[in-house]
Ligand binder design. Structure first.
Ligand code: ZN
Length: 150
C-alpha cells in the first residue's frame, strides 16, 4: 500500500474507532439486525429507520476491533438520508472492493469508504470491514434478524 493512503487509512480508522458516529440505540427503528464475525469476535447491531424508500436514520451499537467499529461508523455517515436503492448499490461496490482482487471499483469514487480498500491486503480483516455491510443488507432486505460472516 502506498504510504500516503496508509497514513490516511490509519488516521480514519483510529478517529472513527475513538469517536464512532451514530453510535446509539434507536427506539423507533423499523429494523434492527445483529451481525457477528466469529473469526475476530466482532459483534454489531445495526438499526435503520426506513420510510418511503429512504434510510431516514441509521445507527449502530456493538463491540469489536478498530476496523469493524470504524467501518460501521463510516457506513452510517455515508448512508444516512440515502435511498435504499443507493445503499444496495453501495453494498455491491463495497463487497466487490473488499473481496475481489480484480475489482474494477475505484476506491477514489467511494469517498472515505475507499480507504477500506486497504484491508484487501490483510485477508483476515476483510470480514471485520464487511460485517457492518452484510448486517445492513439483512436490515434492508428484512429477511433475517441475525447474520454471521461464517
Ligand atoms: Zn474484527
Amino acid at each position: 500500500m502506498h504510504n500516503e493512503l496508509n497514513d490516511l487509512y490509519q488516521e480514519l480508522i483510529l478517529d472513527h474507532k475513538r469517536h464512532p458516529r451514530n453510535f446509539r440505540d434507536m427506539p423507533d427503528a423499523t429494523r434492527a439486525v445483529d451481525g457477528h464475525n466469529p473469526l475476530c469476535g466482532d459483534q454489531l447491531r445495526i438499526y435503520v429507520r426506513l420510510h418511503e424508500g429512504l434510510i431516514e436514520d441509521v445507527s449502530f451499537l456493538g463491540a469489536g476491533c478498530a476496523i469493524s467499529i470504524a467501518s460501521a461508523s463510516m457506513l452510517t455517515e455515508a448512508l444516512k438520508g440515502q435511498s435504499i436503492e443507493t445503499a444496495q448499490a453501495l453494498f455491491g461496490q463495497m463487497h466487490d472492493m473488499l473481496t475481489n482482487d480484480q475489482s474494477t471499483v475505484d476506491p477514489g469514487s467511494l469517498g472515505k469508504l475507499g480507504v477500506l480498500s486497504g484491508v484487501r491486503d490483510y485477508p483476515s480483516r476483510v470480514k471485520c470491514a464487511s460485517l457492518c455491510w452484510h448486517t445492513l443488507k439483512a436490515a434492508l432486505d428484512g429477511d433475517k434478524d441475525t447474520i454471521s460472516t461464517e
